[in-house]
Design a protein around this ligand. Structure first.
Ligand code: SF4
Length: 320
């Protein structure tokens, strides 16, 4: 087999320099067929765990990549299971994590759609990771779940939500959640409130809200407008969640300050909508005037939104 199992490292806002492990063979094998999936529709649907690659192959590929990265003095912050498909479908995931632990202290992350998290063996495997990021596009409605994630027929919405709660209760590492919003599918206020309520129960370190930033599986998929994303942000924050947006720009920049006022402001508002007061404070610190904002509004780089009698500024999603 000549499949490329290890890729990167790629810069990630959530994980720093992340070395990817693609433990699911191509083409994509997944338990979901999300309407926004950047890999296209799922042709190989699978709701059961399987043996894909021999554990030794995954480990050998990873070990040799790490050796050459070390020689080039390239930094790796996380080894991340983020395949073309669902990583927990790999029946050897737990063993692979155990084997990695034997030869490197680098932290291990798994990015999962959580569809199999109700299984004891999957929970045991995920418990071995330092960081687990789970997909919760909706916790409010089975109908919405079916519409956005298009799950394998064997999966059960309530069982998955219960499994997430159980896992979150026992997991000792860092738990993140990701909720991707699609216009007119899961951006309804009532649904978002229910999802926020559920997430506040499982207490992730950060609840990310994303939009599709790459070409989706279905052409009709578009992000909600900025007003709705801003509203979702505030509903999550009011539920006591630490929330960040993933909207494209700024996601890979490490959110650092470059000294370029416009770039720095764009990086911030692509993650956190800022009130007028916050923007004024930022500009004051940077020794810049409100003209920067006026120019960015004129160039459609950011949007001004009214929310609860306050003006907020966030990235214009249509402007990449
Ligand atoms: S869970 Fe991930 S890989 Fe699977 S269909 Fe959804 S977005 Fe694509």
């Amino acid at each position: 087999m000549k499949d490329k199992i290890v890729f990167g490292p790629v810069p990630s806002r959530r994980l720093g320099q992340s070395l990817g492990v693609n433990n699911i063979p191509p083409p994509k094998i997944c338990s979901y067929s999300c309407v926004y999936c950047q890999i296209g529709r799922t042709k190989n649907f699978c709701g059961e765990r399987q043996n894909f690659y021999p554990v030794e192959k995954v480990i050998n590929d990873l070990r040799s990549t790490l050796t050459s990265l070390e020689e080039r003095r390239e930094k790796v912050d996380f080894i991340t299971f983020v395949p073309d498909g669902e990583p927990t479908l790999d029946a050897n995931l737990g063993r692979e994590i155990e084997e990695i632990r034997k030869f490197t202290p680098i932290k291990i992350a798994v990015i999962t759609n959580a569809s199999l998290i109700w299984r004891q063996d999957v929970q045991e495997d995920l418990n071995k990771a330092n960081l687990v990021s789970i997909k919760v596009d909706t916790a409010g409605s089975e109908e919405v779940w079916k519409k956005i994630n298009r799950p394998a027929p064997s999966l059960d919405f309530k069982v998955i939500l219960e499994g997430i709660k159980k896992f979150a209760d026992g997991f000792k590492g860092t738990l993140l959640t990701e909720t991707l919003l699609v216009k007119d599918v899961n951006d309804d206020e009532g649904d978002i409130r229910k999802t926020a309520g559920f997430l506040s129960f499982i207490k992730p370190a950060v609840a990310f809200i994303g939009i599709a930033t790459r070409p989706p599986a279905e052409k009709w998929v578009i992000p909600p407008d900025e007003e709705k994303v801003n509203r979702a942000y505030h509903i999550f924050a009011q539920a006591g969640l630490t929330v960040e947006l993933i909207t494209g720009a700024g996601d890979k920049s490490g959110f650092g300050f470059t000294g370029n006022v416009e770039n720095d402001l764009l990086n911030i508002v692509s993650v956190h909508p800022m009130s007028r007061e916050q923007v004024e404070g930022f500009l004051k610190k940077a020794g810049a005037s409100w003209k920067v904002v006026e120019q960015m509004l004129k160039e459609n780089k950011i949007k001004e939104i009214d929310y609860r009698n306050q003006k907020y500024y966030l990235k214009n999603f249509t402007c990449r």
